[in-house]
Ligand binder design. Structure first.
Ligand code: 5AD
Ligand code: SF4
Length: 436
């Protein structure tokens, strides 16, 4: 028997890429590859890339520069670029980086086995199609090996929203939902492999329409799976939060009280320019309705500062919205011009203005985040333990509210949801004691 080939996958960007990296590794498993976590040991290196902001996209070219040295040492090493940069700039990558053997987009990676064979035969391979055949039909069933207790499951891809700043509708294409029966089968397989928490993924996951009852219908069916204890979903658009999904937050016990609901800005003028198709007031009303269904729900959002045309008053409107909502968690970014998007044509704000606004916005968000974390002290929360911590005897897990929690617990706690009394709140995690 020949020794297995080794595959090193480096994942950038969002959770959907994390999921795709797993599926690519599984697809190449059929070609005799096993995963390695060491690049210098690999026969194939795949960079699964992100195109959402300029900085993310630039990382690919600097990483390729570093990989040149490895290819000099091992000329048989094959290098591939996958993900959204591959989709957006595939031909340019092939031109600019002769060391790249393979470029594959997010919708065509089920063809990796054939591409690998071509590459092994000395060819270079590029596939950034949006093929008619569904990659999920071609990909094999997921391996039955024991898994970590929390897993991602992509149920929806692409986006039809066309926010003026965003490349996703171009790199990931139109919205497509996987049929509910396939998702349920994959979920059952994951649970059989030891998974107790599933996060449903989609670029616009609450627009899911692979089930008659939409995302709420899918969640209710998933909740019937014995052994699956927690369900989450991300990322959602405010305009797709329908009544059924809001109701599910109120009465579906397995649906966790945490919702990532990006608003981007609190200024109606900016929301309009961003093509978000809702106002700040509508967002606030929606939050009120969701919180009426699930009062302890923790909200999270994405924010963009310095979108073209943003005035001080627009920025202050965002700060006001943040004060009104109180977010438990948030991601915030300076606006980054993306080629091919409508906003790319507009005059940019000075870097200094963006930096100053971002710092103020992040300070407010951090303050809110810490206040909510401090408020957890003394409460008892349920924690899904995932792995050992850095201190001997300690285990780390996630609370219902997605806070990282560490507590002294037996190794056997991994995979179990156990009550923990929170005793301390640090900047990034909570400490607690297991309740016997
Ligand atoms: N510049 C800055 N941030 C962006 N995002 C998307 N496109 C851009 C851009 N051009 C942010 C949005 C989105 C998150 C995934 O990334 O906040 O919700
Ligand atoms: Fe991008 Fe807007 Fe679609 Fe989110 S909803 S992926 S920000 S276009």
């Amino acid at each position: 028997m020949t020794a297995p080939r080794k595959l090193f996958v480096k994942t950038y960007g969002c959770q959907m890429n994390v999921y795709d990296s797993e599926r690519m590794t599984e697809a190449l498993g059929g070609e005799g590859y096993v995963a390695t976590d060491k690049a210098d040991d690999a026969d194939m290196i795949l960079l699964n890339t992100c195109h959402i902001r300029e900085k993310a996209a630039e990382k690919v070219y600097s990483e390729l520069g570093r990989l040149r040295a490895l290819k000099d040492i091992n000329p048989d090493l094959k290098i591939g670029v996958a993900g959204c940069v591959a989709q957006a700039e595939g031909e340019e990558i092939m031109r600019r980086a002769p060391l790249v053997d393979l470029v594959v987009g997010p919708q065509s990676y089920h063809r990796l086995p054939a591409m690998d064979r071509a590459v092994r035969a000395g060819e270079r391979a590029l596939d950034t199609d949006f093929p008619l055949d569904d990659k999920f039909d071609t990909l094999t069933d997921r391996p039955k090996a024991r898994r970590a207790p929390a897993a991602f499951l992509t149920v929806q891809e692409g986006c039809d929203k066309f926010c003026a700043f965003c490349v996703v509708p171009y790199t990931r294409g139109a919205e497509v939902s996987r049929p509910a029966d396939r998702v349920l089968r994959e979920a059952r397989d994951l649970v059989e492999a030891g998974v107790v928490e599933i996060t449903l993924l989609g670029q616009n996951v609450n627009a899911y329409h692979g089930h008659d009852g939409g995302l709420a219908g899918l969640i209710r069916d998933l909740a019937k799976i014995d052994g699956l204890e927690r369900i989450r979903f991300t990322t959602s658009h405010p305009n797709d939060m329908d009544d059924a999904l809001i109701a599910a937050h109120g009465d579906c016990e397995k649906l966790m009280p945490y919702l990532h609901l990006p608003v981007q800005s609190g200024s109606d003028r900016m929301l309009k320019a961003m093509n978000r198709k809702h106002t700040a007031e509508q967002y606030l009303k929606l939050v009120e309705r969701i919180r009426a269904a699930r009062p302890d729900l923790l909200l999270s959002s994405d924010f963009i500062v310095g979108f073209p045309g943003e005035t001080d008053a627009d920025f202050e409107a965002t700060m006001d919205l943040i004060r009104a909502v109180e977010f438990g968690q948030a991601y915030s970014f300076k606006y980054s011009t993306r080629p091919g998007t409508p906003a790319a044509e507009k005059p940019q704000l000075p870097e200094g203005v963006m930096a100053e606004r971002l710092a103020r916005l992040q300070a407010l968000l951090t303050q809110q985040q810490h206040a909510i974390q401090d408020g957890m002290v003394g409460r008892t929360v349920k924690v899904l333990f995932e792995k050992p911590g850095r201190i001997a005897g300690q285990m780390i897990g996630k609370s219902d509210y997605l806070h990282a929690v560490h507590a002294v617990a037996p190794a056997a706690a991994v995979g179990q949801v156990l009550p923990v009394r929170i005793t301390s709140a640090g900047p990034n995690s909570l400490g607690g004691e297991l309740i016997a």
